[in-house]
Design a binder for this molecule. Structure first.
Ligand code: SPV
Ligand code: MG
Length: 290
């Protein structure tokens, strides 16, 4: 029995245990996430945009994002949940994207109830929300367009981030699940986890719940599970680590006018070659080369 990536993501969302999706922004970071056996990959809008030289406000086109996520799918076997922002337009843009994601082996999409173009949730206050009906249309369009029965559509509720409050978050989550969303992501930018924990308890597992503890990283796994939350997304940590490491090595090499000091502290060239199995090419060359 083959378990597909969409089945694996579905099992993570609906299973008893707590699953963790780790951020990746290209094929290399996706490969490293898989190496550490995370349950899946969060293909982050923020970090993919940044890596391409764009800001997180839909400056990158949907096809640019699709091309990146395809390279991530090509080199991994674990499920990928794509941050689909607000769907890159209206319901029709959502349909196009979902069909392509199914073709390219992406396991799910997360759609946020914000207007297009979106703005990163952690920027500024009181961001506008999409109208509930309009967003429900996007959810329905996504579900009706998937060509893999197990593909997951996650509805991201921005009511807490935008200051609209808990009752509005509950009202929206209820509408989105009625429209067919497989799960809800409740986002918060508080430094305490109280808000998402309260949401989890009130929601009481009506659908699976995902959280993104960027601003409240100290939340404990027991607390998360007790609140009925099934998946945690570490949304940007690989990109932030890469920025710090690159700055550190640039600083050291530049100051010392030598790479001797950093030599033992960074990945070897052998490790780089190994990541994408250079040895396989040598074996293939024996078989097919001249
Ligand atoms: C992302 O990783 O792009 C997210 C999470 O959407 S956040 O940056 O917190 O909005
Ligand atoms: Mg995003």
């Amino acid at each position: 029995l083959t378990v597909t990536r969409t089945q694996k993501l579905r099992a993570e969302l609906f299973g008893e245990g707590l699953g963790f999706l780790m951020e990746a922004h290209n094929a290399l970071s996706a490969k490293i996430v898989e190496e550490f056996r995370f349950e899946g990959i969060w293909a982050s809008g923020l970090t993919i945009a940044t890596t391409l030289g764009f800001r997180d406000c839909n400056e990158a086109s949907w096809t640019q994002v699709l091309d990146v996520v395809e390279t991530m799918a090509d080199v991994t076997t674990i499920p990928i949940l794509l941050d689909g922002d607000s769907g890159f337009g209206n319901f029709n843009n959502v349909r196009l994207l979902v069909r392509k994601l199914c073709q390219r082996g992406v396991a799910g999409i997360c759609l946020a109830d914000k207007p297009f173009p979106k703005l990163n949730s952690l920027v500024g206050d009181l961001q506008p929300l999409a109208a509930v009906d309009e967003f429900c249309g996007k959810i329905k369009a996504a579900k009706d367009s998937q060509t893999d029965d197990d593909f997951c559509v996650v509805a991201r509720v921005e009511a807490l981030v935008s200051g609209a409050g808990m009752n509005e978050a509950m009202r929206r989550a209820t509408a989105y699940s009625a429209a067919g969303a497989d799960a809800v992501l409740v986002h918060s930018k508080r430094s305490s986890s109280d808000e998402v924990v309260a949401f989890g308890h009130r929601w009481a597992r009506r659908t699976p719940v995902l959280i993104v503890p960027t601003t409240y990283p100290a939340i404990r796994p027991e607390t998360i599970q007790a609140a009925g939350i099934s998946v945690v997304i570490w949304a940007n940590h690989n990109l932030r680590a890469a920025i710090s490491s690159m700055r550190s090595v640039c600083r050291q090499i530049n100051e010392a006018r030598s790479a001797a000091e950093v030599q033992g502290t960074i990945a070897s060239v052998g490790e780089v070659l190994e990541l994408f199995d250079h040895a396989e090419l040598l074996r293939a060359n024996e078989l097919y080369g001249t």
